[in-house]
Design a protein around this ligand. Sequence first.
Ligand code: FE2
Length: 382
Amino acid sequence: MTFNVGGLKAEQPFIISRLGHFGYHTPDLAGTIRFLTEDLGLQLSDVDDFTTRVPELPKDHATGYFVRCAHDHHTLVIGSQMLVDTREPARKGALVNQLSWQVGSLKQVVDGVDFLDKNARLRRIGRDAPGSNWHAYAYCPDGYVNEIFYGMEQIGWDGRSKPSSMYDRAFHDLPPLPQISEYQEVEDAKARGDDLDGYRYDEERPATYDVEGVNLPQPFKLTRLARVCLFVEDPEASLPFYVDTLGLTVTERREVAGAPSIFLRAGDEHHSLALLPASLKGDFGIGAACSFAVASFQQLRDAYDYLSARGVEMPALPEEMSPGISYGFWVKGPENVAIQIVYGAETYDAGASLPAAMDALPETIVHGGRRWHDPAFLGPLG
Ligand SMILES: [Fe+2]
């Protein structure tokens, strides 16, 4: 069946344009947030309090954190393992909370609900507050929650998210179309006299690093989520969900540590999703992974030196796990997720080079040109 998606013919009633955000759980919430903010320089855009919703939890586990690197309200969503284990016993022990894919309109999300329900197991639909994104959640065969979303709240120059008084526009069911615009939502909030100042992250570290002309608290800036790596029972068995239901494209199949793995993309990037066999989990000592791009090659080298000097754990994962990534290294906080910091992410047709060794990097390189998927970073570094 062919769908009309904003005037384009498509095999699904939505078109995924990019990987948006990733969520995971941690046994050490404070340690993970410290790692993400103080080591990696990410910022909080909202802190969600679950104390009334899950009163049996100790307060320091009844909190969810929305973490951003750029203007998207959240690029990471972090929750306590104890929170998911208590609140959703069916997902007890789940490390990954969600991976989320952007589509181009509210209509695509709404039209996608039926399609996801027929072709996969639908989890929930509606619109979340904080974050304002309209969404439909579905499970892949391994039980990972994949979200399609539209309309992520954008954090502006003042670094403030929407005030919680505007959460009246959250939805827990299929929204009837059309909906009022975000402009109108703000007008309505003003008319009722809401205080429009939402949460703003307090940076406590001094800005002692000159990062290519701007003073920042660390010598680099993470600019975007480049990919997520998931461990699945059988990558081939996952493909009907990721290809036929979500509409992603296989870029390549490759053995990682001798195990057949599959790399998929949404646009012209080499991949946004790596499906690795679950048999590798034990050897790698992690339960999931993701990659963030930095703003420049210089910042990649500086990030490596800075994080090494801080004694951050740097797992050695096989380079064939990272086809299409020219330069990068892995770090890890107290949770079971490895984070790769990368520069030079290739397009799907560039030949899939593997990352160079960090201890042998030259001082300068030549930009990959059209071989690189290198979206511009909008706005100031900090
Ligand atoms: Fe989400």
